[in-house]
Ligand binder design. Structure first.
Ligand code: EPU
Length: 336
């Protein structure tokens, strides 16, 4: 364990924001983490850095969670139970699962970030949420340095939400996640419109896990910027849920507004659509802007500051509130 001084975090966050850590340490085991916590608790955790917007240098000790390893714990007739350490890259784990014909996370291909952060915001895409495959989450409690286990139920998962964003926020560091994946009788989920279209274009009628993963990769590549080329953090906002009465009023004015029913009284509307209608899609302001193919994604074209991107997000929020009377919620963690 070695503490490094004045390290740039540009390579450690997918937005590619260039701020510095005064002190930085990379941790590669639970034991190391526990030892560190014995001497320092006021720390800033960074893992895949795929869901944060850094707006200034970090004064606290930055702890990079780099605990690697995938192990198969047990198997039964239909399922395999796997523990994946927090520092494993999420997409590499998805590809490994697909290669082994383990099903359940293929729709979540190409999502940036590491395994340790996937439960925090319950990553979801193309009809699947990671909560449906997680059996438990292991984490070190900062206060006591103890390793504790959260069952799926304990995690209190919701749309882009979990206990780690709420009641226990900042109290635990996730060190590994356990998954239950299928070995056979896969629950292939190809109902999402874009997946159906992609499979049909290739004349695939009975998709395999690999077909689904390939389709999702193709769709994401066509819509979402690759963080290695253009800095971004995926969806910057959550899709808002509004009352049906408000939705019906909006629909009168905008008959093409897309929507998903949540309950008899609540409707979810895509934030990307609202932002596009407000004229922000593809807008570039110098070094930063709104992605031209998916308005939900804010981008850093190079050397933008986190503060500039945050100000743009606030401007978008204000405009959407004024135009539609809808309050958008930022999904990305703003570090300021
Ligand atoms: N839309 C627009 N303009 C846009 C973007 C979207 O009109 O610029 C419309 C689309 O035409 C479509 C609807 O909005 O009718 C939904 O679009 P899309 O299928 O792209 O999904 P989304 O609701 O915008 C969510 C997730 C994405 C995930 C996709 C696919 C949230 C906040 N985002 O986006 O997640 O990939 O569904 O399942 O729920 C991420 O978290 O980083 C992410 C990319």
């Amino acid at each position: 364990m070695k503490i490094l001084k004045n390290i740039s975090l540009k390579e450690y966050n997918t937005f590619g924001i260039s701020v510095n850590a005064k002190r930085f340490i990379s941790i590669d085991s639970v034991y190391q983490l526990q030892q560190l916590l014995k001497v320092e608790k006021d720390i800033f955790i960074i893992s895949g850095g795929s869901n944060m917007l850094l707006t200034k240098d970090i004064d606290k000790l930055v702890v990079h969670i780099n605990i690697k390893g995938i192990s198969i714990d047990r198997e039964d007739q239909n399922n395999v139970y796997i523990t994946v350490n927090a520092g494993e890259n999420w997409h590499d784990f998805v590809l490994w699962s697909v290669d082994n014909n383990f099903g359940g996370i293929e729709n979540l291909s190409l999502i940036p970030g590491n395994v340790g952060t996937c439960p925090i915001q319950n990553i979801g895409a193309y009809g699947v949420e990671v909560k449906d495959t997680i059996t438990k989450v292991e984490a070190v409690e900062i206060e006591t340095e103890k390793l504790v286990t959260f069952s799926n139920e304990d995690c209190n998962f919701g749309y882009r939400n979990s206990i780690f964003k709420n009641t226990v926020k900042g109290k635990y560091i996730i060190t590994s996640v356990c998954f239950q994946l299928t070995k056979k009788k896969h629950n292939i989920n190809s109902s999402y419109g874009a997946i159906e279209t992609e499979l049909a274009s290739k004349n695939i009628t009975k998709p395999t896990l690999k077909n689904i993963s390939d389709a999702v990769i193709a769709i994401r590549k066509s819509k979402l910027p690759d963080p290695k080329e253009i800095g971004n953090s995926g969806s910057f906002f959550k899709n808002p849920v509004i009352f049906k009465s408000q939705f019906l009023e909006l629909e009168k004015k905008y008959p093409t507004i897309p929507s998903y029913k949540i309950s008899d009284t609540e409707i979810k509307v895509p934030a990307g659509w609202l932002i596009e209608q407000a004229g922000f899609k593809g807008k570039r302001f110098g070094n930063y802007g709104v992605h031209d193919k998916q308005a939900l994604v804010l981008v850093n074209y190079g050397n933008a500051s986190g503060e500039e991107i945050y100000q743009l997000a606030k401007k978008i929020k204000e405009t959407i509130l004024e135009k539609f009377n809808i309050s958008l919620e930022i999904e990305v963690n703003i570090v300021n």
